[in-house]
Design a protein around this ligand. Structure first.
Ligand code: GDP
Length: 297
């Protein structure tokens, strides 16, 4: 399936190495744990999260009195899944109408993910509308329109340079008039100017609070998995300026360092809600730790 296919590079990096290591292991000893640790760190699981995983694994192997190295993999899989929260995530609104704010720096796959998410939610029976709140670049507005057309949903836009809060205001009025269930708002992601970004997001949020108090509100941060541990640093910067409810992690198909999913789930107290595994419309999936680990091993 698509998830398995999308994780090929990471599987070749982590899983093949783990399996090879275990097949050569006669006794479960410190050396084995050290080598497992190295494999996880090389796959961008991160030092903190890797240490945690190895500690849990040691404990469990001891508890369960495992002596056959062949059984270590199953325990490692369980621990990875547990560290990632265990439960499958979903992005369906708890109530409607809903407003989803999408934040993230340029190039991470924000526009593409909005289009894919619109398509996904539409497929679940929701009426969707997009708002082109990233007015900083004309290309961002055009791109959003292309994806809106592809997904068959309306896009509310102003000209380049317009006030993002004004776009969101208009979009809310249209969403109300057209009985939209989920209004998905693109926003500018200029992290190099934190103060402006914070002010822009605050202004947008004020408009949403005032014009749409009844709406269920979520903010999703889009991160690029191919940037590995840098994605984690970026996430921490964003969480400092916006109250983020969930992560959308893109381009997992383009990296062997998919271990960053584990690190993000562990180090941020925010769940990975969706993962991107390709460029097509269907290639954004709700994140399920168990399915993820099963596809990996
Ligand atoms: P934005 O600047 O953040 O809005 O980024 P875009 O949505 O324009 O995406 C930037 C590039 O990343 C485009 O070429 C997308 O096709 C690509 N992209 C986005 N998500 C994925 C993904 O999950 N997998 C792959 N392989 N490419 C992706």
């Amino acid at each position: 399936d698509k998830l398995k296919e999308g994780l090929t590079k990471t599987r070749n990096n982590i899983t093949e190495k783990v399996e090879q290591l275990l097949s050569l292991t006669k006794t479960i000893d410190d050396e084995l744990y050290e080598e497992l640790e190295e494999i996880l760190i090389m796959a961008d699981v991160g030092v903190n999260t890797t240490n945690k995983i190895i500690d849990l694994l040691r404990k469990r192997i001891k508890e369960k009195k495992v002596s056959d190295a062949g059984q270590v993999k199953e325990h490692l899989k369980d621990i990875l899944s547990e560290i990632m929260g265990g439960n499958a995530q979903n992005v369906l609104p708890e109530s409607t109408p809903a407003v989803y704010m999408i934040v993230g720096v340029n190039g991470v796959g924000k526009t593409t993910s909005i289009g894919k998410m619109a398509n996904y939610l539409k497929g679940k029976g929701y009426r969707i509308m997009l708002a082109a709140g990233d007015t900083f670049r004309a290309a961002a507005i055009d791109q959003l329109e292309v994806w809106g057309n592809r997904a068959g949903v309306d896009v509310i836009k102003h000209k380049e340079g317009a006030d993002p809060a004004a776009v969101i205001y208009d979009a809310i009025q249209s969403a109300k008039a057209r009985h939209v269930d989920v209004l998905i708002c693109d926003t500018a992601g200029r992290l190099h100017n934190k103060k402006n970004l914070m002010e822009e997001l605050r202004k947008i949020n004020r408009v949403v609070e005032r014009e749409y108090p009844e709406a269920y509100k979520q903010t999703f941060l889009v991160l690029d998995a191919t940037t590995g541990q840098n994605a984690l640093i970026q996430a921490k910067q964003f969480i400092g300026v916006a109250s983020v409810n969930g992560i959308i992690l893109t381009k997992l198909d383009g990296t062997a360092k998919g271990g960053v999913v584990v690190a993000i789930n562990d180090e941020l107290s925010i769940p990975v809600k969706m993962i991107g595994v390709g460029e097509g419309m269907e290639d954004l999936q709700e994140f399920d730790p168990k399915a993820f680990v099963d596809a990996l091993f």
